[in-house]
Design a protein around this ligand. Structure first.
Ligand code: DQQ
Length: 484
């Protein structure tokens, strides 16, 4: 086996959802129907690059094992989606499963319009609506860039739809529409428009993609994917009040402060939970993606809640515990700057780790976890709490000896209350790391260790000592048909 092929094998995630091969990006059309979760996603069946975008489709009963189904949406020659079926949503239209998505046609930059498709066989096959597009162009009189990613919900007797866009030289925006039948739409107004000159507390960019808008507790959340020509891609959310089709935001924050998480979509499941999936895109070259034959992965399902401090709470879905295999439990590990190899038995590239640190137990300036460590530390990825800066980071500076992969340290502000422990909950799956902390922040990063022996994990402390009060490590395995 060539070196490249060997790397492709170890970098392909084991328990995160992926198509068997080729390209995937955004989650789309998330819906639970007759108990089954349906996950659609942006998919190119023709190669591991973003092109000829279809909708892939998978279902699950337990959020862990996914069955891959035939492609749901295919571009139709001569139709508004002839160049691609871009992102969108799914609704239950009085018993008829209905997708609303952006069709693109022509040459780049594509003409974008909004289309419908329905299924008469239990969400298996989909027929484009003969009247497509149902929204042909953005509202008149505005200089807009981009018009895509419809998000639809029902309120009273009417359907409402948000579409992501941008007002040139102003900022990202979302247009609000109303319809009685999902086919004839009336433009109402801009639900919210960003200001691209404002950078604090979050720069909301020049264009908003993939809006999500939903009630949570007694508030509404407007989630947007911040896109910019300078290659900025991240997710932000506004929490606020929604009344009379007007949204009054109280503040804006980042969602997932890692380097590789974008275009999330949500669903409210039959248990009333708000679940979210995002797209952790690749952090390696197009050549490496072509050599691997695949690109893109779906994040794990997360449960969103509304916290008393006005921020979103986020936890991995508890169903993921079904992945747990062999388990180790350690307590009271004292860490100093010279500590090394404190978890010699724990190894693997598909692991769940829960590590709890007591800040009152010492004065370490930085502490945390190392994953995917080679025996002599040529490679390692650091998950770091910087106590002085009050920041939680994933540091990929030494994650790979491969010079062509993304590196750098990413993260965000994270304050611990007086007496509060730090609880790091980490899912490692070969080339993806998802980090959750204290139920209120998360980071997603892609890493590409080049050495097959980069399988160790460790704990560390810098600038002082600290105690890890408890550390649990599980080897994760997936029984079922998901891995290729
Ligand atoms: N991806 C889709 C668009 C969306 C973007 C195209 C976000 O609909 O705006 O594949 O990643």
């Amino acid at each position: 086996m060539s070196v490249t092929a060997a790397h492709a094998v170890t970098q392909r995630p084991l328990y995160h959802f992926q198509p068997r091969a080729n390209w995937m990006n955004d989650p789309n059309g998330l819906i639970q129907w007759d108990g089954q979760y349906h996950l659609f996603y942006q998919y190119n069946p023709n190669g591991p690059v973003h092109d000829t975008i279809h909708w892939g489709h998978a279902t699950s009963r337990d959020l862990v094992r996914w069955e891959r189904l035939p492609v749901a949406l295919t571009p139709t020659p001569g139709a508004p989606d002839e160049a691609g079926c871009y992102s969108g949503c799914a609704v239950d239209a009085n018993g008829v499963p209905t997708l609303m998505y952006t069709g693109v046609r022509g040459d780049r930059p594509y003409h974008e319009s909004q289309c419908l498709a329905t299924s008469a066989d239990g969400l298996r096959t989909w027929r484009p609506h003969p009247g497509n597009p149902v929204i042909a162009a953005p509202p008149d009189g505005l200089d807009v860039v981009g018009f895509r990613d419809p998000y639809v919900w029902k309120e009273g007797d009417a359907w409402y739809c948000l579409i992501g866009s941008s007002v040139r030289r102003v900022g990202g925006t979302v247009f609000l529409y109303r319809s009685a039948d999902l086919v004839h739409w009336e433009y109402l107004h801009q639900l919210l428009t960003g200001d691209q000159t404002v950078t604090d507390p979050v720069w909301t960019g020049t264009m908003w993609e993939c809006p999500q808008f939903f009630p949570l507790g007694d508030k509404h959340v407007l989630m947007i994917s911040v896109w910019d020509t300078h290659k900025t891609h991240y997710t932000a959310y506004y929490l606020g009040a929604y009344r009379d089709h007007t949204f009054t935001p109280e503040g804006v924050r980042r969602f997932d402060t890692g380097a590789n998480y974008y275009a999330p979509a949500t669903l409210r499941d039959e248990r009333g939970r708000r679940l979210i999936w995002g797209w952790p895109w690749e952090g390696r070259s197009q050549e490496a993606q072509r050599a691997a034959g695949w690109a893109g992965v779906m994040s794990l399902p997360r449960v969103l809640t509304l916290r008393d401090d006005g921020a979103l709470g986020v936890e991995p879905a508890p169903e993921l515990q079904a992945l747990r295999g062999a388990h180790q439990h350690h307590t009271g590990i004292r860490l100093t700057p010279s500590s090394s190899g404190v978890l010699p038995e724990a190894r693997g590239d598909a692991l769940e780790i829960v590590a709890e640190f007591d800040p009152a137990s010492g004065n370490a300036r930085q502490y945390g976890l190392l994953v995917r460590c080679s025996p002599e530390r040529e490679e390692y990825t650091r998950i770091v709490y910087d106590r002085a800066e009050e920041r939680l980071l994933v540091d990929r500076t030494h994650a790979s000896l491969d010079p062509d992969v993304q590196r750098g340290a990413h993260g965000g502000a994270f304050e611990l209350a007086a007496g509060e422990s730090l609880r790091l909950h980490v899912y490692l799956d070969r080339s993806i790391v998802e980090v959750y902390a204290n139920g209120r922040t998360c980071l997603t990063e892609r890493i590409y260790p080049s050495r097959p022996d980069s399988l160790g994990i460790d704990l560390f402390a810098n600038g002082g000592s600290i105690t890890a009060t408890a550390v649990d490590v599980w080897t994760l395995t997936l029984a079922g048909d998901t891995p290729a």
